[in-house]
Design a protein around this ligand. Structure first.
Ligand SMILES: *Cc1c(COP(=O)(O)O)cnc(C)c1O
Length: 372
């Protein structure tokens, strides 16, 4: 039955408590650093908060369900999840392929911390990911991001997974931009999913979190062991905030996707906009691959205006867009990416559409871009 539910139903069901008479419907946070140890010293019970927590477990089971994974592990941020995976799987003398045009701090970590320890770091753009993967072998790791942040290029994940499988390399997919309601990389053949839950999953611009999802028990056990020993854990209260948010993910994400599509369609014919990228636009270079692997095209739109000043003007004239460097939250936001060193034009802006009414966003953005 559960397999036939829609995404909003699955989001709601994933965050229910185990029912007992008089018990709470929604799971309360369990804040614990230390747990009572019974006299038989049973090892399967919770003992210490760096090792396990019931609120994590509930969140992890919800995330695993949404990703179609056997299990998931939560971390204190997306970067904590990604770097834990890289530390665990990238071995000296082996190769790690990272996105050249994806989230910039991932390649910074690979270059600053993995390369000096003898890992060969290869940067490949989305369009070159499959070529780079065909040059890998057993023990190598390919980390792909699709759609890429910030340009929204799409990687053919099934093709990439087949290439990695043929070469014996491990495929890790960053699913932050798409979310599990947008695509399920494990079903396309990825070995592991990593993601920042800070964005659309938590969705309220108020908490950082990350996770890893996978279906290979040995790999997941190694990652859990690594997390126990290095400690990049998610606080129990933060885990509860993400869990609470997941219940409304289906509803929020549908509105965000609807708003993003409406804004992308409006902006593609706007004279102040040089270009628009959104995988849901039929003429977008990513559209054909995106249509085969994505269930929804997401809440982020990339645009190019004439200059940095034009982006600042858009923000100052808009009553709804906030200037902020995150995405996926309930508030619509704008981020001028050249500010952070992404190799994009000065007037390139990533728009993240929130859950405001579509008509309000369209008229606000249109007047903010209009001639004064
Ligand atoms: C934000 C982001 C991250 C990092 O996540 P944090 O929660 O900020 O650590 C990683 N990958 C992508 C694609 C992101 O957008």
């Amino acid at each position: 039955m559960a397999g036939t539910y829609g995404d909003s139903t699955r989001s709601v069901k994933a965050v229910e408590s185990v029912p007992f008479p008089g018990g709470p419907v929604a799971p309360p946070p369990i804040l614990a650093a230390a747990y009572h140890i019974p006299s038989d010293e049973d090892d399967s019970l919770d003992s210490y908060g760096r090792r396990s927590n019931p609120t994590w477990r509930q969140l992890e089971s919800a995330l695993a369900q949404l990703e179609g994974a056997a299990s998931a592990l939560t971390f204190g941020s997306g970067m904590a999840a990604i770097t834990s995976v890289l530390r665990t799987v990238a071995e000296p003398g082996r190769k790690v392929v990272v996105p050249a045009d994806g989230y910039y701090q991932v390649r910074a970590y690979a270059n600053e911390f993995l390369a000096p320890r003898g890992v060969t770091v290869v940067e490949a753009r989305c369009a070159e990911m499959c070529d780079a993967a065909s040059d890998t072998g057993r023990g190598d790791v390919v980390l792909a991001e699709s759609p890429s942040n910030p340009r929204l290029d799409v990687v053919d994940l099934h093709r990439l997974a087949m290439t990695c499988r043929a070469r014996g390399s491990l495929l890790v997919v960053d699913n932050t931009t798409a979310t599990p309601l947008g695509q399920q990389p494990l079903s396309l053949g990825a070995d592991l999913v990593v993601a920042s839950a800070t964005k659309a999953l938590a969705g309220h611009h108020d908490v950082l979190a990350g996770y890893v999802a996978g279906s290979q028990p040995e790999m997941m056990e190694r990652l859990e062991r690594e997390r126990l020993l290095t400690g990049p854990i998610l606080g129990a209260f933060e885990a509860w905030l993400v869990l609470r948010s997941l219940g409304s993910l289906g509803l929020r994400f549908d509105r965000q996707c609807q708003n993003a599509a409406a804004v992308a369609f409006m902006l593609r014919s706007h004279p102040a906009v040089r270009s628009v990228r959104y995988p849901g636009l039929p003429e977008d270079p990513s559209h054909s691959v995106a249509s085969t692997q994505m269930h929804r095209f997401g809440g982020v739109v990339a645009i190019e205006l004439a200059s940095a000043a034009a982006v600042h003007e858009l923000v100052s004239k808009s009553a709804l867009l906030v200037a902020a460097t995150s995405f996926g939250g309930i508030h619509s936001s704008v981020d001028r990416r050249a500010r952070w060193g992404d190799s994009v034009p000065d007037g390139f802006a990533r728009l993240s559409l929130g859950i405001e009414d579509t008509e309000d966003l369209l008229s606000d953005i249109e007047q903010a871009l209009g001639a004064d």
